[in-house]
Design a protein around this ligand. Structure first.
Ligand code: NDP
Length: 447
């Protein structure tokens, strides 16, 4: 008789949970996973994937306009939101199916219902059934934070954007981080009047200042309105569906949609974790370097631990957990040099220390920059300059940070991040012959 129903019960079938389930099962564990919404989680269902498809869809607005200077007779083109929306949601469904069949192929049992922890080795499903497992993995992700003020229920979050019946003409976006800037770009390209408000006076805190400033300047040139040091007083919904928004620090506004993009909070509410002795830190599951919580049989990976809220990190944590526990291959995630990108218009990307961080931590640094107008933008008569910035340790020349804004910056940065992770120097870049004519050649020509 086996002591437990399963070796591993995973709560949450998002990026981290699916990877951990599949790999643990491949190592021979008897695994079940519970998902209250859809297999795939935030990234696949209401995050990275559908967002990136909207970014592509939105960017055609510029491409179609630029095409004229490249000799194409482009008539005035209409945009059909329901068609893009249906195609995006269908693409998402295909990925959900593929994730589901991968789990099934590995004999992972899927419970399509909410599960809560009812003991260190026991889970209770929404149906009332209880199951036991030697270990439980919490991979419930995070949810959008919504500021609390009168009328906040009239706003939406990034979860809802993909299901809007019609495109709003006037959008107010709260926050100035990843989601705010990405959706500001998307809605602006679709022709909406976009206003972004933030409680502080910066956008994208944590990114290099010169790169952020360039995005702010380009976004303003494109017509996005920024209001800083501003917060909500109230939202009132009118009979015709429009929203009157009263603000602190700025004039009142009338808009069609308010989108909250004010950070994401770990999904631990009502999960029963405290009762099982799992320590939380501001709602996040506290874990050690091996993803183990203060309750020895309960582990956690991904956004619910609030370490680095990025899909590829959650996937690595899920893999490391499964390899360590079930694959006899102790693995820890290396959190250094994690590249990240903002899919704004144009996109930006960065890895390593910003100039400010490097100055504080290393003292003596050298900064190299390339501020250029991409060739395609010149012919298109698009006055948008790209900016690449490389930060090096003075003594050794080792690159400690690379930050970029410009077309395809995330695609270029992913490759450069390998060199930076491998601790290469600027000399190594300079010794590499430029690939001409490209934008990325600027990386080996910086002065
Ligand atoms: P971010 O942390 O990027 O930005 C949050 C913004 O909201 C900031 O401008 C912040 O202001 C403001 N803010 C934070 N808390 C409050 C509050 N209580 N009231 C009012 N304003 C507040 O969060 P996002 O929601 O944009 O994204 C969540 C996470 O999802 C990101 O951190 C990222 O890890 C991940 N993500 C990654 C993407 C990618 O990789 N491309 C895309 C989308 C999301 P300030 O900092 O100025 O004080």
């Amino acid at each position: 008789m086996m002591a437990f129903d399963y070796d591993l019960f995973v709560i949450g079938a998002g990026s981290g949970g699916v990877r951990a389930s599949r790999v643990a099962a491949a190592h021979g564990a008897r695994v079940a996973v519970a998902e209250e919404h859809k297999v795939g989680g935030t990234c696949v269902v209401r995050g990275c994937v559908p967002k990136k498809l909207l970014v592509y869809g939105a960017h055609f607005a510029e491409d179609l306009s630029d095409a004229r200077n490249f000799g194409w007779d482009v008539p005035t083109c209409g945009f059909n939101w329901p068609r893009l929306q249906a195609n995006v949601l269908a693409a998402v469904d295909r990925i959900i199916d593929s994730y589901t069949s991968t789990l099934e192929h590995h004999q992972v049992e899927i419970f399509r219902e909410r599960a809560t922890v009812s003991g260190p080795q026991e889970v209770t499903l929404a149906s009332g059934r209880t199951v036991t497992a030697e270990r439980i993995l919490i991979a419930t992700g995070a949810r959008p934070h919504i500021p609390d003020f009168p009328g906040c229920e009239h706003g939406i979050t990034s979860n809802d954007v993909f299901h809007l019946e019609t495109l709003p003409k006037r959008v107010l976006i709260a926050g100035a981080g990843y989601i705010a800037n990405e959706f500001a770009g998307i809605f602006n390209e679709f022709g909406a009047q976009v206003t972004l408000i933030n409680r502080s006076d910066v956008i994208l805190r944590g990114y290099d200042e010169s790169i952020r400033d360039r995005l702010l300047q380009i976004s303003m040139t494109k017509g996005i309105d920024f209001r800083f040091n501003t917060s909500f007083k109230s939202i009132e919904k009118r009979d015709d569906g429009t929203l009157r928004v009263d603000l602190d620090g700025s004039d009142a506004m009338e808009v069609d949609t308010v989108l909250f993009a004010t950070g994401r909070v770990p999904n631990t509410r009502g999960l029963g974790l405290e009762a099982a002795g799992v320590e939380l830190d501001k709602g996040a599951v506290k874990v050690d370097a091996d993803n183990q919580s203060s309750c020895p049989s309960i582990y956690a990976v991904g956004d619910v631990t609030n370490r680095v809220q990025l899909t590829p990190v959650a996937i690595r944590e899920g893999q490391a957990f499964a390899d360590t526990i079930y694959g006899n291959k102790p693995t820890r995630v290396d959190y250094s040099c994690i590249p990240s990108a903002v899919f704004s218009h144009p996109p930006m990307a960065g890895v390593g220390m910003t100039e400010g961080e490097a100055r504080n931590r290393l003292g003596s640094i050298k900064v190299y920059q390339s501020d250029f107008r991409p060739m395609k933008n010149v012919l298109a008569d698009r006055n948008e300059r790209a900016l690449y910035k490389m930060i090096c340790e003075s003594d050794t020349g080792r690159i400690v940070g690379l930050h970029m804004i410009g077309p395809d910056a995330p695609e270029i940065l992913q490759v450069a991040a390998i060199a930076i992770k491998a601790r290469l120097t600027k000399d190594a870049f300079d010794q590499t012959v430029a690939l001409h004519p490209t934008m990325s050649e600027e990386l080996v020509l910086m002065r």
